[in-house]
Design a protein around this ligand. Sequence first.
Ligand code: AP5
Ligand code: ZN
Length: 214
Amino acid sequence: MRIILLGAPGAGKGTQAQFLMGKFGIPQISTGDMLRAAIKAGTELGLAAKKVMDEGKLVSDEIIIGLVKERVAQADCQKGFLLDGFPRTIPQADAMKEAGIQVDHCIEFDVDDEIIVERMAGRRVHPGSGRVYHVTYNPPKVEGKDDVTGDDLVIRPDDEEATVRKRLGIYHEQTKPLVDYYIAEADAGNCQYHKVDGSQPVSEVSEKLGKLLG
Ligand code: AP5
Ligand code: ZN
């Protein structure tokens, strides 16, 4: 099963990817996590991406498309994958189509901007795995520690309120048009489109997704 998770920063894509990976046994392809790993490794890509990400802007389509094409060609993606944070612009969606990368489902997470700003203030992440928590809505078993490894959790540098608002602006401008893009794809019979209310509690959103995807 090949799935696109589409939604604003903080809409819950990474959180639900964790649930769907377990349920369907398919890998999560998070372009954000891939870029953060490159930053941590100090690669050329990481150095170039860090400034752009810290400012809440988008990394160039060319770089991102190259990363995703390479990743979906790997053996563990042959039975399916979860695209988290990609595509994020019309050129990225077009490039994916041109490369023959098809999807079965596109899921839109609908959440109001003000809820998102509040969520991001409480987000904590495990940098090694990309696992994501919230101090109130999805707390780790031990405060400040990852459930699986026990490592320290951190605050993402782009979760400062001013940066979150900037990312939301870019989402509405450059990514939201993909809603109509994938509705048209669904109308043409190329995939199924689902819109879910992402403002519900984590477990309710997971339950809804489980039902939708069978
Ligand atoms: P990326 O890492 O993809 O960030 P994003 O899309 O902005 O999304 P987030 O990871 O912030 O949110 P999410 O939807 O995963 O929410 P989460 O589950 O964590 O990208 C980062 C940067 O990389 C971009 O700004 C850009 O620079 C670059 N980049 C990445 N991909 C790119 C691309 N394709 N093109 C160009 N540039 C790219 O949840 C958020 C919080 O809310 C957590 O604390 C969570 O516990 C909590 N929460 C989740 N669901 C619920 C719920 N239902 N109720 C209550 N709390 C909840
Ligand atoms: Zn995420």
